[in-house]
Design a binder for this molecule. Structure first.
Ligand code: ZN
Length: 282
């Protein structure tokens, strides 16, 4: 079923966090949905604006909706980190079920004002909204935030932002970094607990999931994270597998392109299965 985050969080209450996996190319989409359906967990497919423009909004949305209608699990299509309000309105008009407005680089009052505008438009169309306060460091789809400029989310800012802007989900900075995969993040659990206490119904979102150890991931889920983003690992792994298959000895690329892409799609499915298993509470 095709759902927004509000419906999805509600139905997944007590069952853990929902994995949000970044789609980097069209090929990944069916593999991701099938992996979630096989594991019987909901899944959020998310794209950057760049990926949406690369694939095309309409074909992407149509494909995700068609796949969602044919599986017994909930599927959402979410626009990740977008600073362009007009582009978000377009995504909403065309059928994304959820969007993230990222005003984290703006002064908080300006961030609230813009996010409120997106929330009003989105909610009128049955679409959920994620916001961000405090900055999560690292590079994502070419958008670089200096690691030193990334700061822990201040609980009072988060509360002020969430209650004023009326977001359904909130990206918080508790020690993770975008694009991290060589080392592991150090999570600030005290902060997570305080944020959870203050924010109540607003779903907390962990970005930079690739750089989180399995043990920390389980703990974040137990502590009440609602959505966990995984992007870097999918991109990196797809490139890794494709580089190997396309250059392997004895390969005759002209006979079957599908045969060469298959292993990369299988790897994506395996990552979704592995991560989503960690996000699921027993
Ligand atoms: Zn992010």
């Amino acid at each position: 079923m095709y759902k927004n985050l509000i419906e999805m969080f509600k139905e997944n209450e007590g069952k853990g966090a929902v994995g949000a996996f970044n789609v980097h190319c069209f090929e990944m989409v069916p593999a991701m949905v099938k992996a979630a359906a096989d594991l019987n967990v909901p899944i959020i497919l998310q794209t950057s604006l760049g990926t949406a423009e690369y694939i095309g909004f309409e074909p992407l949305i149509a494909a995700v909706k068609a796949l969602a209608e044919n599986v017994p699990v909930n599927v959402a299509l979410h626009m990740d980190h977008c600073k362009d309000i007009d582009a978000l309105k377009r995504a909403i008009d065309l059928g994304y079920s959820s969007v993230m407005y990222d005003g984290s680089s703006l002064p908080i009052e300006e961030n609230i004002k813009n996010t409120k505008e997106v929330v009003a438009y989105a909610h009128a169309h049955g679409v959920s909204v994620e916001g961000e306060v405090g900055s999560i460091g690292g590079a994502e789809d070419g958008v670089v935030v200096d690691k030193d400029a990334a700061m822990y989310t201040k609980p009072e800012d988060a509360l002020h932002f969430a209650s004023e802007a009326g977001v359904d989900a909130l990206a918080v900075s508790i020690g993770t970094t975008h694009g991290q995969y060589k080392s592991k993040a150090k999570i600030n659990y005290e902060l997570l607990e305080e944020l959870k206490e203050k924010l109540g119904d607003t779903g907390l979102v962990l970005h930079g999931g690739t750089g989180v150890s399995d043990e920390d991931m389980r703990k974040c889920v137990r502590e009440g994270m609602k959505k966990i983003n995984v992007g870097t690992e999918l991109n990196k792994s797809y490139i890794e597998v494709v580089s190997k298959t396309f250059t392997a000895e004895g390969v005759t690329p002209l006979t079957s392109l599908r045969g060469l892409l298959g292993p990369a799609n299988d790897r994506i499915a395996a990552i979704v299965t592995e991560k989503a298993s960690l996000f699921k509470l027993d």
